[in-house]
Write a protein of this length. Structure first.
Length: 439
């Protein structure tokens, strides 16, 4: 019966040529009944038991192309997100207004002063009040501000902060060292991520594991890697050890991540990171480790969760399966078009519009305060290759569902093929599903 379903459209076309007496019969067989017709029929109740592997396979087949949506927006046409786009990156660039490329050091610094003032005010208020009613609110707010500070340092790394390299480096080191991020080490690996976005082997952040490597991982490692919230605490480990299948450290000047000419830069950033860590240790002796944990430690954990969640959601968790590339199928444009914009509600402004991620990935030199305008201007060129983010309420609660669902199902990609999509480990899918029901 399933094989017959592929022939239904041609058969249905023949109805118009059938004798009037058998038209109702053919229509009854080859057209889909409405919900009201289904309710009126008395079908015997049949209980079907599908294995978890069958369920996963059916979901993967149905989601690969993302349903019916035309490239030009025509209903009934199937849109293939891995198809070669009908435009070039120059077409997108030409659509972006000239003012979007202008960097203002004064405006960029105003955001730095705003965030530093907010962090300092929150810290002083927390120490002054020292109330267990206030502490949880402080942790959430301060961790969020730490993430905002990271985004500004991230802009310094891209050079979108200003056209003054010395200013970018100085501000970037101050901001990133404060939140225990090695500025140059991360900047260079993040540059690799942008230059190779969407490439299975060469991308740097949240790269899908090839099936062979995935199946070599111990089962306990798989569960840790794909069980929320543990992946949302991975960033410090990534800085030290990178991802499975990749070697190197963001702190080691001789790491394979860096060219010999970059070793002095890495040593400088690692030194700044070490000074900040030493300052925290000194404060622990001065005011006590519990105070440092409450004022700095817990917000740092919240910041890490923000960073991991946001960076993951910008490359995973869309309703339609998005491609990853290898070999000749990969290009800078096609890889960039697999990124996803997100709406973070009240946090959009606080986080410096990091959710406008597609245009940022294609043109990282655009300042964050122009990304919204640039995105609006480029949409008509991108067409169906731009996925309009789901509108958020004040709190982006809807993204939690996208995050959990993706981690539960997006496990590995095929070892072969230049265009691949995430596949699901049925055993891990069942484990994650059972755990979510218990929780």
């Amino acid at each position: 019966f399933l094989s017959m379903s592929t022939h239904l459209p041609p058969l249905y076309k023949q109805i118009s040529r059938a004798p009037k007496l058998i038209k109702p019969f053919l229509h009854h067989i080859f057209t889909e009944p409405t919900h009201s017709e289904i309710r009126e029929r008395n079908f015997p109740q049949i209980s079907l038991s599908l294995s978890p592997a069958m369920v996963v396979a059916m979901e993967q087949r149905s989601n690969v192309n993302g349903g019916d949506s035309g490239v030009g927006g025509l209903k009934g046409e199937r849109f293939d997100p891995s198809a070669q786009p009908p435009f070039k990156i120059g077409d997108i660039r030409a659509a972006i207004p000239k003012h979007c490329w202008v960097k203002s050091p004064l405006r960029s610094m105003s955001y730095v002063f705003r965030d530093i003032f907010a962090v300092a005010a929150m810290g002083i208020a927390a120490v002054y009040l020292d109330s267990w009613i206030f502490w949880p609110l402080y942790w959430a707010a301060q961790g969020t501000l730490f993430w905002a500070i990271f985004v500004l340092g991230h802009d310094c790394g891209h050079g979108s902060f200003s056209d003054i390299p010395l200013l970018n480096s100085a501000v970037g080191h101050i901001l990133h060292s404060f939140i225990l991020v090695p500025y140059h080490g991360w900047r260079i690996s993040h540059r690799t991520h942008h230059q190779n976005h969407g490439h299975v082997e060469n991308d740097e952040s949240w790269v899908p594991l090839p099936e062979k490597l995935y199946k070599k991982l111990p089962h306990s490692t798989r569960m840790l890697r794909y069980t929320v919230p543990l992946p949302m605490l991975a960033y410090p480990l990534y800085l030290w050890y990178r991802s499975p299948g990749k070697e190197g450290s963001h702190f080691n000047p001789y790491s394979s991540l860096f060219a010999p000419s970059e070793r002095k830069l890495i040593a400088t950033s690692t030194t700044c990171w070490s000074i900040m860590l030493a300052a925290l240790v000194f404060l622990s002796f001065l005011v006590g480790p519990i105070t440092v944990l409450k004022v700095y430690g817990v917000p740092y954990i919240i910041f890490v969760m923000w960073l991991d969640a946001v960076t993951y959601l910008h490359h995973h968790g869309h309703d339609e399966k998005l491609p990853w590339y290898r070999g000749k199928e990969w290009s800078y444009l096609r890889g960039g078009l697999t990124t996803i914009d997100r709406d973070y509600g009240i946090f959009n402004n606080i986080h410096h519009d990091i959710g406008t991620h597609v245009i940022h990935h294609l043109f990282p030199q655009i300042p964050h305060y122009h990304l919204v305008d640039a995105t609006k201007a480029a949409k008509h060129v991108l067409g169906r290759y731009y996925r309009e983010p789901q509108t958020s309420g004040p709190m982006p609660i809807h993204l939690v569902e996208s995050l959990v669902a993706s981690i539960k199902k997006d496990h590995y990609v095929s070892d072969t093929g230049d265009i691949v999509f995430y596949e699901t480990d049925p055993d891990l899918y069942v484990y994650a599903s059972d755990k979510s029901k218990i929780n």
